[in-house]
Design a protein around this ligand. Structure first.
Ligand SMILES: [Zn+2]
Length: 350
């Protein structure tokens, strides 16, 4: 778990924006922290809250010591002026109970009630709402009342992927702060320091593919997906001997097994195509340098390799678009591998 700002990668500009607002005494009561999943917005929100409470730093420094009573209590989740809510396990939305209290205790517990109370141990009360795009209508309306008349001592941070998923009435009462994907070196370092990968080479390869999101990196690293990737690579290595329908069946079967919904199947199909595209790109780069050390590129030779691999890459991107456009995964994969096999056969004739 991130305990200090030093451990948070990226987002320096966003931190500076909050620091400047604090120095000018212009901190708003409510912010939306918006940006892709898996880049550290939630950690940022927690650090921001902790900085408000830390006893060893002035508020305007936006800094945490990690050691004072406030910092330690914050980490033990016992600091009385901090409230964090999100989607409960097994649920798909943030229930009204989290925002305005259980039935029968409505308005006498929950996030809005706690925010309305005077701070107990510091100058402010801070609330973080994770996955704020998943507030249901009832919860959103309850929150809206607090946003319309925020208590003077309150700071509310709504964390979400896409601010367009919030009710316009909520969004218009918050300042939206955009967050951007992590840089490749940052992802690489996090993957290594958090021991999510075992080697530098693996960290580098996943960092190029995950588009600055640790969430995507974790999905790409799922053992089932990697197993599938290895089996597809082995089939592709056989080139003109590849059996397109067999590969498609393996791919679709594997994807269905590891996914619990159609949306997840599409996502996994996309990750697999991304691995294929990356393998093609690596070979193209090697060929451009005249490097024939890889078995496939060696067999193809430079000229033949370029003639084959460029259209193959285009075909991979096209398949990925078809899946985005909600074509059935099985049909896309069958057509894709069939065409790749045809490309191999033609290349072998040349
Ligand atoms: Zn502290």
């Amino acid at each position: 778990m991130t305990t200090t700002w030093d451990q948070l990668k990226g987002h320096d500009e966003q931190r500076e924006l909050f620091r400047r607002s604090l120095q000018r005494g212009r901190l708003s009561h409510a912010y939306v922290l918006a940006g892709p999943e898996g880049i550290g917005k939630r950690q940022f929100a927690r650090l921001l809250a902790q900085s408000v409470f830390c006893r060893n730093h002035e508020l305007t420094e936006l800094q945490v010591c990690g050691d004072c009573r406030a910092c330690r209590s914050f980490h033990a989740n016992t600091w009385p002026d901090y409230i964090e809510v999100g989607v409960p396990a097994g649920k798909t939305a943030i229930p009204i109970a989290a925002i305005a209290g259980e039935d029968g205790k409505r308005g006498r517990e929950g996030l809005c009630y706690e925010l309305s109370m005077a701070p107990q141990a510091s100058d402010r009360r801070v609330a973080v709402i994770n996955d704020a795009g998943l507030l249901n209508t009832e919860s959103a309306n309850a929150l809206l009342k607090t946003l319309e008349e925020p208590p003077a001592h309150s700071l509310i941070l709504l964390v979400c992927d896409n601010p367009d998923t919030l009710l316009p009435t909520i969004r218009s009462r918050c300042q939206v702060v955009r967050f951007f994907p992590l840089s490749q070196p940052d992802v690489q370092q996090i993957l290594l320091t958090q021991e999510i990968v075992e080697s530098e080479a693996e960290a580098a390869s996943i960092a190029t593919l995950c588009e600055g999101s640790l969430e995507t990196a974790r999905q790409l690293l799922s053992p089932e997906l990697r197993k599938l990737k290895t089996s597809v690579s082995a089939q592709l290595e056989q080139m003109e001997g590849m059996k397109p329908l067999k590969v498609a069946a393996t791919v679709v079967g594997g994807i269905e097994e590891m996914s619990s919904s159609t949306a997840e199947q599409r996502q996994n199909a996309q990750w697999l195509l991304r691995f294929v595209a990356d393998a093609i790109q690596q070979r193209l780069r090697a060929l451009a340098k005249g490097d024939l050390s890889d078995a496939m590129t060696k067999r193809l030779g430079v000229r033949n390799g370029l003639d084959l691999l460029s259209p193959m890459l285009e075909r991979t991107i096209a398949a990925s678009r078809q899946i985005d456009g909600s074509s059935p995964v099985r049909l896309v994969m069958e057509a894709f591998f069939d065409e790749v096999a045809r490309m191999f056969r033609q290349a072998a004739k040349r």
